[in-house]
Write a protein that binds this ligand. Structure first.
Ligand SMILES: [Zn+2]
Length: 288
């Protein structure tokens, strides 16, 4: 059942849980996530990030994502993750995406606000909802750091007072906040500041807060984040890693000279990603 970002976040708010948002840059990941959500009977957000375009174009996977969402037995939002340009947001809306994220977090505040407002106007025409970002998580969605191997110190935590103005002036439906998480693989144990989430919520009339960089955060911290008011958790890196590890393990079990069939390898990846996503979904829904 295809639903909007706003609708799926209302379900999360009512149940006081967070909905998992998983990237689908392959049919294998899409099938793994859909099966996980249907087996657990939980709502889910499937999303595609603009930076994954080299792996598979939005024009190819986007329509398939929308079809799967319509056929699914659970509520599914099809969301654009980290849209960096307005024409790309429009492309996702034209395909039928029900949520779009405009990421202007690296721009000056006024420019971020102006573009986010335009995104809200564009989305209103199709009934889709909008997520935007304030503050900076340092590394970009690709997880690429500066190559130094050091934890980057360019993170800027979201300012709750600025968040209030931004939410009121932009008309968005969800706000991605920076409170200590990083995209990609953590180099050091993350220290999360849940007061940022609580203060943003209280100043914005309980605007759903989105947590990016969910991979590598401990279960206890996920629970605290949900209790503080996080309603959408973006999770991809560790799911992707679980699929890759399963492929490597499977190939390692084969005898020398035994043929490696690609279809067998991707089935191993799909099974592993499904289990990984189920664990994450249960944690975000406070079932585990
Ligand atoms: Zn992100």
């Amino acid at each position: 059942m295809l639903v909007t970002l706003k609708e799926i976040l209302a379900i999360a708010e009512e149940r006081q849980i967070a909905v998992g948002a998983f990237n689908t840059p392959s049919l294998t990941s899409l099938l793994a996530i859909r099966e996980a959500a249907e087996e657990l009977s939980l709502p889910v957000i499937i999303q595609f990030a603009q930076c994954h375009e080299p792996w598979i174009p939005l024009s190819v996977i986007g329509k398939i994502m929308v079809d799967h969402a319509k056929e699914a037995k659970v509520p599914v939002c099809v969301h654009l993750d980290h849209g960096e340009t307005l024409p790309y947001l429009q492309q996702a809306l034209d395909i039928g995406f029900t949520g779009i994220m405009y990421d202007g977090s690296t721009l000056p505040y006024e420019e971020n606000l102006e573009n986010t407002r335009k995104a809200v106007e564009m989305a209103a025409k199709t009934g889709a909802s909008v997520e935007a970002e304030l503050g900076s998580m340092g590394k970009r969605e690709s997880g690429a750091g500066d190559g130094s191997g050091q934890e980057d110190d360019t993170k800027i935590y979201t300012d709750p007072a600025q968040a209030k103005r931004f939410v009121e002036d932009s008309g968005i439906d969800a706000l991605a906040c920076s409170f200590g998480t990083t995209h990609g693989i953590y180099l050091t144990q993350p220290k999360l500041d849940f007061d940022v989430v609580r203060n943003v919520r209280s100043k914005t009339g309980n605007m759903p807060v989105v947590m990016h960089g969910g991979s590598g955060v401990g279960k206890e911290d996920f629970h605290k984040a949900v209790q503080a008011g996080v309603r959408k958790i973006n999770y991809f890196t560790y799911m992707d890693k679980s699929g890759g590890s399963a492929c490597a393990d499977y190939i390692g079990t084969l005898q020398k000279n035994e043929p490696v069939f690609f279809s067998s390898v991707i089935m191993e990846a799909q099974k592993a990603m499904k289990e990984n996503v189920k664990e994450a979904m249960k944690t975000f829904a406070l079932m585990d």
